[in-house]
Design a protein around this ligand. Structure first.
Ligand SMILES: C[S@@+](CC[C@H](N)C(=O)[O-])C[C@H]1O[C@@H](n2cnc3c(N)ncnc32)[C@H](O)[C@@H]1O
Length: 233
């Protein structure tokens, strides 16, 4: 079972994320577990303070190291993961490694993911130097906090767990498998605003349909994301 632990100053933001769709089913089936921790509960300072001004001056506030350290220590003690390589502590950060489907696959194979959500101007560098296995960014832009990036990881990693998405083939034929984007999909009605569904999809010939889909995947990837094809030369 994959255990995901999140440390945040806004735990309520996570209230509903496992209440819908395949994620809801995954939690019902006990395929994964999600625990949300309020960073303030791990503060040794008055009124649950977790931030302070940056040394050297400058705008904004920085998350202090001790509450984050306390939270990670607590989570690790509670989870008792024996194989250290199966437990990773990750800081969400715009400067981190860019998230992609391969990283989600790697994460979905762990036993425990501990996600630390930054806020304000970020976290004290000593957290990164001593407590974090790696940093992950969800893209080259800056958000107000790590909570939405953490939700992206939770959603993307959980749907890769065996038994979460109905048919395993639907994972295999999706965008980014084999460095290709998905082929075009159609459903009823057969004619919409004068546009027909491609005849081949109505032919019942599965071999030809597979071939057509592969060709379309290649064509679409060449047009929209040639960088994916170039990746492997
Ligand atoms: C306002 S941001 C801090 C930005 C930081 N001062 C910088 O310039 O890189 C506050 C927090 O939001 C989260 N965050 C913002 N953008 C992100 C992104 N693209 N990917 C992952 N986390 C992000 C991080 O946890 C970060 O510590």
């Amino acid at each position: 079972m994959l255990k995901i632990d999140v440390v945040t100053i806004f735990p309520d933001m996570f209230d509903n994320i496992i209440e819908f769709g395949v994620l809801k089913k995954a939690f019902k089936k006990n395929i994964c577990q999600l625990n949300i921790y309020n960073l303030r509960d791990f503060s040794n300072y008055k009124y649950g303070r977790v931030d302070d001004r940056p040394y050297g001056g400058g705008p904004g506030m920085i998350l202090m190291p001790e509450p984050i350290d306390n939270a990670i220590t607590f989570i690790k003690k509670k989870n008792k993961i024996k194989k250290k390589e199966k437990q990773k502590t990750i800081l969400l950060s715009p400067g981190g490694e860019k998230l992609n489907q391969n990283k989600l696959k790697y994460l979905s194979n762990l036993e425990n993911i501990i996600l630390i959500c930054g806020r304000y101007e970020g976290v004290d560098q000593r957290v990164i130097d001593s407590l974090i296995d790696f940093e992950i960014s969800i893209g080259d832009y800056v958000l107000t906090g790590g909570e939405i990036p953490a939700m992206v990881i939770i959603d993307g990693a959980i749907r890769l767990l065996p038994g979460v998405v109905g048919k395993e083939e639907s994972l295999k034929s999706e965008s980014f498998e084999d460095n290709l984007l998905d082929y075009p999909q159609y459903t009823r009605p057969p004619v919409f605003k004068g546009m027909d569904v491609p005849k081949i999809l109505l032919s019942g010939n599965h071999k030809d349909i597979q071939k057509w889909r592969k060709e379309k995947s290649l064509e679409i990837t060449r047009i929209k994301r040639p960088d994916l094809i170039d990746k492997d030369g």
